[in-house]
Design a protein around this ligand. Sequence first.
Ligand code: ARG
Length: 484
Amino acid sequence: MGGDDSYKTGGKTGDKTGGKPNPLWGGRFQEATDRFIERFTASVGFDARLYRHDIAGSIAHATMLGEVGVLTGAEARRIIAGLEAIREEIERGDFAWSVEREDVHMNIEAALTARIGEAGKKLHTGRSRNDQVATDLRLYLREEIDALRGLLWKLQSALVDLAEREADTILPGFTHLQSAQPVTFGHHMLAWREMLARDDSRLADCRKRVNISPLGAAALAGTGFPIDRARSAELLGFDAPAGNSLDAVSDRDFAIEFAACGSLLMMHLSRMAEELVLWMSAGFGFIDLPDRFCTGSSIMPQKKNPDVPELVRGKSGRVFGHLLALLTLMKSQPLAYNKDNQEDKEPVFDLVDTLKDCLFAFGELVPAIECKREAMREAAARDCATATDFADYLVGKGVAFRDAHEITGKAVAHALAAGKELHELGLDELAGFSPLIEADVIEALSVEGSVAARDHFGGTAPAAVRQAAARAREELDGEKQARE
Ligand code: ARG
């Protein structure tokens, strides 16, 4: 990138910019902007990232102005060709961004006039940077929501594959992080997938409110030119023009909503991350991750650390922070546009980057999870984890559940005192707790029997997991087709 780099480094107070007021809005000004103030108020250092959306918005605006006769056809064509050439220049890395031109909008407009002359000065007719920037951000976010949903799709799909692969794998299910009842690993993976499916539907819903066109709201009150707002909205693929010009230029609730969706998503990823970290620790020893997803320690030669899930867990913090930043930015702002809103971009960009990286990382990592099936099964069979099955067995023989619970408690106490598991007590000893107990209790107390019994919609039985995975796969296929 060539040009003036001072937007990155800044200047000092008291140092005037080249002696002349800003050529784009300095008509009423007597002195030049202070160098520091120029850098402080500029946004080009980060909003240059919106150049494609800014140019798309300008092309739609110019097209519409040409159609309604505010611009001549020739002027509109010159503007559009100029903007397209600028886009190529930016993509080649030849565009000279300048902090004196403050933001992406004025950099591109000034470059357009320098390139095509008089017609360039007419592009801003019936428009303001206020509706322009709101349009750009919405176009950007719409595109990124679609990209995020693509990554979310891949991760869900990987979880469904893993659920199918490990439908029979048994591990302890926890409540209070205490071994509670055996579950299948496939069932656990599908629980994660349910969370992500809701995150995806929230993003899809958020997109509807993002996809509204502020163009034509101009500075705040609309414009006296005979513009066609429905047309510019249509050209940009928006669902409709925003219904009120004051609201259109001022509200950033769509970005806050996106941050809220992103926060819920990161909260879910952090929960997955936490379990992966626990499972990989020696105390659990349930899974391993390939070396390529881990790092070592500079001092402890034996270490293999699950950095990827740890980082994802940690990055949830910055995402929640951006939600709070955006809420605070918007809180108490009077109508309509205020410069405060320039502060919306960096949180939104970082949200998008962070979410994309985390989803991509997990999308790669999930298929590589190696289950240590024996260790999981062994842990699942400890801590009298099938005690509920013992009680359910008695209920099956006609005992009321509360009485069955009491009898089972006694059997558990006996087993604990003997340093044994319930299933290790053997038929004779178990039969001592109730005359109803027969040989089939042994199967009921096994971890395999326990999970197989829970064979209903939403249950953990391998058969139920296979059915749930098939339903999830169908849903994902349907979504993919709907998007293509
Ligand atoms: N850079 C500004 C922003 O990001 C563009 C809008 C500026 N409008 C204004 N009236 N100063 O919000």
